[in-house]
Design a protein around this ligand. Structure first.
Ligand code: CU
Length: 175
C-alpha cells in the first residue's frame, strides 16, 4: 500500500502547481487580447469611412462649407485644411462639432480663455457638449477626425479660436 500512496501524492503535487499556474494565465489572457481587438477596430473604423468630407478654412476666418449633410449611423471622416498663411498664434483654426441642443454661444465663451488646451474648455459641461473636434491648425496644416452621428438632427460646429466663431460656424445635419 505504501508505494501506491506515494505515487498518488506525487501525482497530486505534480498536478496542483500546474493547475494553479495555468489558471491565472488563462484568466489574464483575454484582457491583452481585447485591447488588441479594440485597437484593430479603431484602425478599421478610420479606414472604412462611409463618407469623407473636406472643409477648408483661411486667413479671412471662413470655412468653405457652412452646411453639411451626413447620413445617420455612418462613419464620417472629416478633414479640416487650413489654407491660410497667417501664424497659428494669430489665426489658428479648429473645427469643433457640438452635440445636438448645445448652446454654441455659451460654449464659445468658455472656450475663449482656454488657451492651454488649444481653446477646448476642460470643464465637464463643455466637454459633454462636444461630439468631435480637430486639432488647432497653423498655416497649411490639416487634421482628420472620424465620428458617427447616431441621432438625426442639427449639430452646430465652430472654430473656437477667440473671436472666430461669429464668422466661423456652421451646421451639420444628420439624416
Ligand atoms: Cu478660426
Amino acid at each position: 500500500m505504501k508505494p501506491f500512496t506515494t505515487t498518488l501524492l506525487v501525482a497530486a503535487l505534480t498536478l496542483s502547481p500546474a493547475t494553479l499556474l495555468g489558471e491565472p494565465t488563462t484568466a489574464e489572457a483575454p484582457s491583452p487580447k481585447d485591447a488588441t481587438a479594440e485597437k484593430k477596430e479603431e484602425i478599421k473604423e478610420e479606414k472604412k469611412a462611409d463618407v469623407e468630407i473636406v472643409v477648408s478654412c483661411n486667413d479671412a476666418m471662413q470655412f468653405d462649407k457652412k452646411e453639411i449633410e451626413v447620413p445617420v449611423g455612418k462613419v464620417i471622416k472629416l478633414t479640416l485644411k487650413n489654407v491660410g498663411k497667417a501664424p497659428k498664434i494669430a489665426m489658428g483654426h479648429n473645427l469643433v462639432i457640438l452635440n445636438k441642443g448645445a448652446d454654441l454661444q455659451a460654449w464659445a465663451m468658455k472656450a475663449m480663455p482656454a488657451k492651454e488646451t488649444d481653446f477646448i474648455p476642460a470643464d465637464e459641461e463643455s466637454q459633454k457638449a462636444i461630439l468631435a473636434y480637430t486639432k488647432l491648425l497653423g498655416p497649411e496644416e490639416e487634421d482628420s477626425i472620424t465620428f458617427t452621428i447616431k441621432e438625426a438632427g442639427d449639430y452646430e460646429f465652430l472654430c473656437s479660436f477667440p473671436g472666430h466663431f461669429a464668422l466661423m460656424k456652421g451646421k451639420i445635419t444628420a439624416k
